[in-house]
Design a protein around this ligand. Structure first.
Ligand code: 5GP
Length: 193
């Protein structure tokens, strides 16, 4: 097991409905040393890629992306969730269905922060059905920028997002891939990497 898998086993909590809670170290209280190790690992996995911007989505991606960005020495842009529908013009927009909240959000990025010169690493905490990533990829494409890779902390391999994104041809690096989890026993199985 790698450092993230070990931490998930130690502190993660399996909930009903295929939800894994990692709020004691990843997306509510954040263990900065752990995030720093994640940043170093992404830097290794995306070595040779010319990444000059990190893109994530509010809210839980932001903390991770900010620490990861130290390793790439580049800025972070986060897509904002917005209820407003009148966003044309200065913003790139995409619609994202939330896995955890079961609602649809408009997510927006100001055009001035994403341009055709940008080589983007997309970062997020979880990958489930892939809606969040599809929205972010759509925004990068609309800007004429390039997706150099996608770094996820925890992919739920029993949900379809990971396969879909890999089939689209992207380099997707998930530091932990959960292949199964059981709310009754709390048991978690990881895909060997
Ligand atoms: P997707 O769009 O891939 O279906 O879901 C990704 C988003 O849903 C992530 O940004 C994350 O915030 C949330 N999410 C999906 N599955 C889980 C989960 O098991 N636990 C937590 N805490 N968040 C999740």
């Amino acid at each position: 097991m790698n450092f993230l898998e070990e931490r998930i086993v130690k502190d993660g909590v399996v909930k009903e409905g295929n939800v894994l809670k990692v709020d004691s170290f990843l997306n509510h209280q954040m263990d900065i040393n752990l995030l720093d190790m994640m940043g170093a690992e992404y830097k290794k996995r995306f070595a040779g890629k010319n990444i000059n911007k990190i893109l994530t989505i509010e809210a839980s991606g932001i903390g991770i992306a900010a620490i990861v960005a130290r390793h790439f020495n580049c800025p972070v842009v986060f897509a904002k969730k917005s209820k407003s529908i009148n966003l044309e013009g200065e913003m790139y927009t995409a619609q994202v269905e939330s896995f955890t909240h079961k609602n649809v959000n408009n997510v927006i990025v100001a055009k001035k922060f994403l341009t055709p010169e940008d080589h983007v690493l997309i970062i997020d905490d979880f990958l489930a059905n892939g809606c969040a990533l599809q929205g972010l990829i759509q925004i990068v494409n609309a800007a004429g920028a390039t997706v150099e890779g996608i770094g996820i902390a925890i992919e739920k391999g029993f949900q379809p997002g990971g396969r879909m994104i890999r089939n689209m041809g992207y380099q997707l690096e998930s530091l932990a891939i959960v292949d199964g989890m059981d709310a009754a026993t709390g048991g978690i199985t990881f895909r060997p990497q």
